[in-house]
Design a protein around this ligand. Structure first.
Ligand SMILES: C[S@@+](CC[C@H](N)C(=O)[O-])C[C@H]1O[C@@H](n2cnc3c(N)ncnc32)[C@H](O)[C@@H]1O
Length: 397
């Protein structure tokens, strides 16, 4: 009994401290009754979710990346490193309870905060009003991935890690011009963003982002600096859009890097000789009728083995019913010839550019751009979508 009482009292002390650190005055309950929440995401089901954490009466949802940064020195460093001018409008994604927002409002002209969770918005607005900053804060209570951002000069944010990739794509490939984005990210993700060709972390994310922006490492942040502590450490990076970007159709570039980096350590020769890739490219390059490919594509994939590793055998060939055209050649036969020629064309481009034995993980953006240009000149295309006006972003950076 005595032990239980002790345990309860230490738990209360801890909660009060947490409330203060995440920005909620301990004398005030923003979430008076646990079942009284108007955000339907904080319903009973979610509260029962063992992954969520309660701090006082505040239920923090891990699924929404609700880890509140509480180390004041780290918050100050982020604001200092962001290079904010007094005239700047800052876009903050996921302000949470407002620890970073208040620091931003001390130095910036205006903050536009996009927060999906209405409970967080209530806490944020109350704190900001208490500091007298309410006239310089605009809060948008929406999903940051689903809205059109108003104009801004800088992004400064501790973002939910689950949306890092699409959010960064939205910034760097979007239509807004801005000076920089200072972002707190999961450490491994930050490493991938910063990776250079030849580094084990170098991947499609780094390739795509580095085409249009430079990324600088700012600092590492310990998991202990958050409430609740996440499982992973974090890093702050600064993304600076480049003044000039290569003239390349972005849809084509994204589709090209998706193909190249599907197996980033394979040689380009091996990747591009795969029958699946040849069929995809042939289809996209519109050298044969797309409907014909759609109708006979499956048969072709199992039947013709361009890279020597497939399951082509005579039985399969005999069993398959194929329609013959007027001159007596089957449509499969026609496709086989077309694809053989097309594969030779692809290999020819790779050889001519000296790329056949090279691996995507070691290529610079300049080399990748050269290769794409050689492919396009040869009539080989990667993108099957109509060219967009530059606002659309890749589904997966
Ligand atoms: C890592 S917390 C950061 C909180 C605060 N900025 C800080 O530093 O302590 C992420 C915040 O983003 C919000 N969030 C999650 N998904 C979001 C989305 N799709 N759009 C906008 N906000 C989102 C969460 O509700 C949470 O408040």
């Amino acid at each position: 009994m005595l032990q239980r009482a002790k345990c309860m009292s230490s738990s209360i002390c801890l909660n009060l401290k947490h409330l203060r650190l995440i920005g909620i005055p301990s004398t005030r309950h923003y979430f008076r009754k646990r079942g009284d929440d108007d955000d339907d995401d904080c319903n009973k089901k979610r509260r029962r979710n063992a992954k969520d954490e309660h701090v006082g009466h505040l239920c923090l949802h891990k699924s929404r990346g609700q880890h509140i940064l509480t180390n004041s020195r780290v918050l100050d460093s982020i604001v200092r490193k962001a290079g904010i001018r007094p005239s700047d409008t800052i876009l903050e994604i996921g302000p949470g309870t407002g620890n970073l927002t208040l620091k931003l409002l001390e130095v910036a002209h205006r903050v536009v905060a996009v927060e999906i969770d209405k409970r967080m918005v209530d806490v944020l607005c109350n704190r900001v009003a208490q500091c007298g900053f309410q006239d310089r804060l605009t809060v948008i209570c929406k999903d940051a991935l689903k809205i059109e951002f108003p104009p801004f000069d800088l992004v400064v944010a501790n973002i939910p890690y689950g949306i890092s990739s699409p959010l960064i794509a939205k910034f760097v490939f979007g239509s807004h011009s801005f000076r920089s984005a200072t972002l707190l990210l999961q450490k491994e993700f930050a490493r991938r963003l910063l990776a250079k060709p030849g580094h084990s972390a170098f991947n499609r994310l780094a390739v795509n982002v580095s085409l249009v922006a430079n990324v600088e490492f700012i600092m590492d942040v310990s998991k202990k600096d958050f409430i609740p502590s996440p499982k992973v450490d974090s890093s702050v990076v600064k993304i600076l859009p480049k003044d000039t970007v290569p003239e390349v159709d972005m849809d084509e570039w994204w589709a090209f890097t998706r193909t190249c980096f599907s197996k980033k350590n394979k040689t380009l020769g091996a990747t591009f000789k795969q029958k699946k890739k040849v069929i995809e490219l042939l289809k996209r390059s519109q050298l044969i009728d797309t409907i014909a490919i759609a109708q006979s594509g499956d048969a072709v994939v199992t039947k013709y083995d361009f890279d020597g590793n497939g399951s082509c055998n005579e039985e399969e060939e005999e069993e398959e019913e194929v329609e013959t055209d007027e001159v007596g050649c089957s449509s499969s036969c026609y496709l086989e010839t077309e694809m053989g020629l097309f594969r030779d064309k692809i290999v020819g481009v790779l050889k001519a550019g000296g790329f056949e034995g090279k691996r995507p993980s070691k290529l610079s953006n300049e080399e990748l751009l050269d290769l794409l240009s050689l492919f396009n000149q040869a009539g080989i295309h990667f993108n099957d979508r109509p060219i967009q006006g530059g606002v659309e972003t890749p589904s997966e950076t």
